[in-house]
Design a protein around this ligand. Sequence first.
Ligand code: F6P
Length: 360
Amino acid sequence: MKKIGVMTTGGDCSGLNSVIYRIICGAEKRNWAVYGILDGTDGLVGSSPNIIRLDKNVLPPEQAFIAGSFLRNGNVGQNNNFEKAVQTNKVQEFDRKLKKSLAQTNLDALILIGGNGSLSLAWKNRGIYSDMQLICIPKTIDMDIPLTDKTIGFDTAVAQLTHFCDDLMLTARSHHRWFVVQSMGRNCGALALTAGITGGASAILIPEIKFDIDKLVKHIKSVDTDYGIIMVSEGISLRGHSGRPADMISRKLTAAGIVNRTAFPEHMQRAGNTVPSDRLLAMQMADAALSAIANNETYVMTALQNDEIVTVGIDSVVSSGRAEKDPNIQNLIISNATVDYDNPLLVAANNMGIYIGETK
Ligand code: F6P
C-alpha cells in the first residue's frame, strides 16, 4: 500500500478542495492511504508534522466544491512560517526542518498543489523531496504558469469577476457612468482579458500590451453607450503615476470629462463555489497525478495541453515563460506565462471593437 501526501501552498483559489477530494477518491480505488499536510510547508516545520489521514468522511462530497483549502495554505502572520524565515534570513534552517519532517512522514509520494512561486521553490530546493516522488498540480487564478493551458481556479475566478461586472453594469447604466474594475492576476493579463470579455467590458488593459491613455479616452467617448466597464489588470502601470492602476486610469478619465468610479473585487476573485469546468479539471489533474505516481514519475507537473492532460518536468516549467523576480520571496526567480499579441482571445476582442491597447 502506497502512502501519499497532499498539500496546498501559496494563495488559495476555488478548486483546491475538488482536487483534494478527487485524490482521496482515486487513491481509495487504488488502495493507497492519503495524508493531508495542514498549512502547507509551514505545517511541516513545527515540533512534529501537522498531518492528518484523509478519507471521504473527513472531506465529504458536499465540501468538495467550495472555495478555500480544506488543508489551509500556511501560517501567515505567525512565527513558524516561511515568510518569517525569509524575513529573518532563516530559509536554510526552514528547509532543513522541512526535509527532516518529511522524512518522518514516510510518504512515498507528495502531491503539491501550488502556483509558480511554489513550483520554483520546490525545484530550487529539490533535494528536500529526493526521498519521495514529487508531483505538482498547477493552481492559480492568475493563469501565469507556463506549459499548461489552464490552471485550477482560473475559470471560477473568471466566473466571479463576470458576476461582479454583471452587477456593476446595471448600476453603471442607472447613473450614466463608467466603472474601472481592477482585476487581480499579477503580471499576467489572462484573468483581466478573459473576464473583461465575459463581463462585457468596452476596454481591457493588461500588463503585456502597451496602451495609450488618449486613445482609451477617445475610444470610451466614441462608444454608443454613456456607461460600461473598463477592465484593468492590477499589473499595468502608467509612466509618471503611482498608486492603484484603477485609480490612475480613473483620474485620467475624470480629467477628460468621463464620469466614472473604481471598483475592486479583490479576494472575491479567489472565492465562490467551484465552477463545473474547474471541477472537471480538478478530477483530471488528480487522476493524472495518481497515474504519475503509479508510473514512478517524479518532479513533474500535471498540465492541460491541447485538450489533453499530460505531465511535464518541473525543470522545463521553471525554464519556460518570462523569468521574473517573485514579488514575495527574495532572490526567487519565477517563470511567468504571458498573454501574447497573437493570443486568439485578444485578437478576437480587438475585432469586436474592444479597446485592448496598441496592438500594432
Ligand atoms: O497570485 C494570486 C493572487 O491573488 C494575485 O492575483 C494577487 O496579486 C495576490 O495573489 C494577492 O495576494 P494576497 O492574498 O497576499 O494579498
